[in-house]
Design a protein around this ligand. Structure first.
Ligand code: TRP
Length: 457
């Protein structure tokens, strides 16, 4: 362990870390998931967004800091980081289980994440080849349906995406992860600003904002609350070791608190901006946001087909989504790969490519769960939904809870204060939120979800 620690890479500087963490945070979650959950919570989008923002501030941000703290203090992959910090603070080595949940959970997410990213590659390709030309909602639905019904296409794009992700990880922390983010993130941001401006000109921005921010208290329902919290976890990449692994390459000088504030603000901002762009087009063309995972692949192509310069817009839009997905996917692969290299001393490239194989295989099963294997249901869900459900509704909140308990109650204030160097009042605020608000918040949502929801709805 100590050997591994001495040869560990470090990000080039503090901004590089902020960049890669934002790259991890901003992804399909902020664009694809956000718009379809918002679209589906009709009449209560404002509530969903309010809950999401509250959860980012009260649960997400404190947890993000705690997770990075463990990574940096533990100086190792999530399993080793948990072991080291547990040992240093005189706690049971079983805390390392939390690291295991993280590195394996991240691979599980990656398996379906890369399938959805594959859809984006497919639509990008179609846009390059002249555009997804759909004139009616039925046509849009049929076009998307055709992709879902084709195992070949799904598997092909999924394979390509896994390869792209692995190739970055194989090149190393600074040469791969950091370099990829340095190129993609600024471009992503530029494209988003252009898309939003363009979307405001040809679309209906006031309607989009009204849709997103109309807050009606009577629309507060437990389902919306858990959606908002789940989304806060997912969109900040919390609880799956990804941010912990990134944090382990962070130098000692960087202030974790301010850095995390940047990450959270950027994540929220980019999410809301892309939501505004998407809904502005949706309403501008008299469309209703379709509920379900196909939203940005059905509603938007319809808008693209009707707007001036639509296919150029489409190319840039899908490029934007692909960049966002790619920089997130690499953060899902990194934790396990870093474990493999540190545990067995294998070369990074070999570790990366061997890890990609099981992910790829599970992803193939996910591709088939939309068509050939759609009959196989687990608890009434196809494999794709099952994995997403397990990860966002159970694994992330539970490991978030465990992280809060570990850092808030077990690690000891000396270690914690040594890592989080905030002014005493700010530190106290953060620490108390982490100790009380975060666990109670997560627990309440759980009770709601598991016990009360069916009664109340
Ligand atoms: N945050 C990413 C998104 O919004 C997804 C993601 C990347 C993630 N790494 C993660 C989610 C780690 C949970 C845990 O698309």
């Amino acid at each position: 362990m100590s050997q591994a620690a001495s040869t560990r890479s470090t990000w080039s500087n503090r901004w590089a870390f902020i960049l890669v963490a934002i790259g991890s945070a901003v992804g399909l979650g902020n664009i694809w998931k956000f718009s379809y959950i918002a679209g589906a919570s009709e009449g209560s989008v404002g509530v969903f967004i309010a809950v999401y923002l509250a959860c980012v501030a009260l649960i997400g941000l404190p947890l993000l800091m705690a997770e990075i703290l463990i990574g940096r203090r533990g100086r190792g992959n999530p399993v080793v980081a948990m072991l080291n910090t547990a040992e240093e603070s005189g706690n049971s080595p079983y805390w390392a289980l939390l690291g295991w949940v993280g590195i394996l959970g991240a691979l599980m997410i990656l398996a379906y994440y890369s399938v959805v990213s594959g859809w984006m590659l497919d639509y990008f390709w179609q846009s390059l080849a002249g555009g997804v030309d759909v004139k009616t909602a039925e046509e849009a639905e049929r076009t998307f349906g055709a992709l879902m019904a084709s195992p070949m296409r799904l598997c092909f794009w999924h394979t390509l995406f896994v390869a792209l992700t692995t190739a970055v990880i194989a090149r190393g922390v600074v040469g791969g992860i950091e370099a990829a983010n340095r190129i993609m993130l600024p471009l992503l941001f530029l494209i988003l600003v252009l898309l939003t401006l363009w979307g405001a000109v040809v679309g209906d921005m006031p309607a989009a904002l009204r849709f997103m921010f109309n807050f009606k208290t009577e629309a507060i329902k437990p389902g919306v609350v858990i959606d908002g919290m789940g989304h806060a976890f997912f969109s900040l990449s919390i609880g799956m070791g990804a941010i912990m692994a990134y944090g382990s390459y962070l130098d000692k000088k960087t202030n974790i608190g301010y850095t995390c504030a940047w990450i959270a603000i950027a994540g929220v901002f980019i999410g809301l901006l892309s939501g505004a762009a998407i809904f502005s087009l949706t309403f501008g063309y008299g469309l209703t946001p379709a509920a379900g995972p196909g939203l940005i692949l059905q509603t938007l192509p319809l808008a693209f087909s009707h707007m001036p310069g639509g296919w150029v817009f489409a190319i840039f839009f899908f490029l934007f989504v692909i960049f966002a997905a790619w920089t997130s996917a690499i953060s899902l692969l990194e934790p396990f790969v870093s474990w493999l290299t540190e545990r067995y001393g294998i070369h990074r490239a070999r570790a990366a490519w061997s890890t990609s194989v099981p992910v790829w295989l599970l992803g193939l099963a996910v591709c088939l769960s939309f068509n050939e294997w759609s009959g196989f249901k687990f608890f009434g869900r196809i494999l794709f939904d099952l994995l997403d459900h397990l990860a966002t509704r159970f694994m992330m909140p539970l490991s978030g809870l465990a992280i809060a308990i570990f850092v808030g109650w077990r690690l000891g204030k000396t270690i914690v204060a040594d890592e989080i160097r905030l002014k005493p009042r700010l530190f106290g605020l953060w620490f108390n939120v982490l100790r009380f608000v975060v666990p109670v918040g997560i627990a309440l949502v759980f009770v709601y979800e598991l016990v009360l929801r069916d009664w109340l709805q």
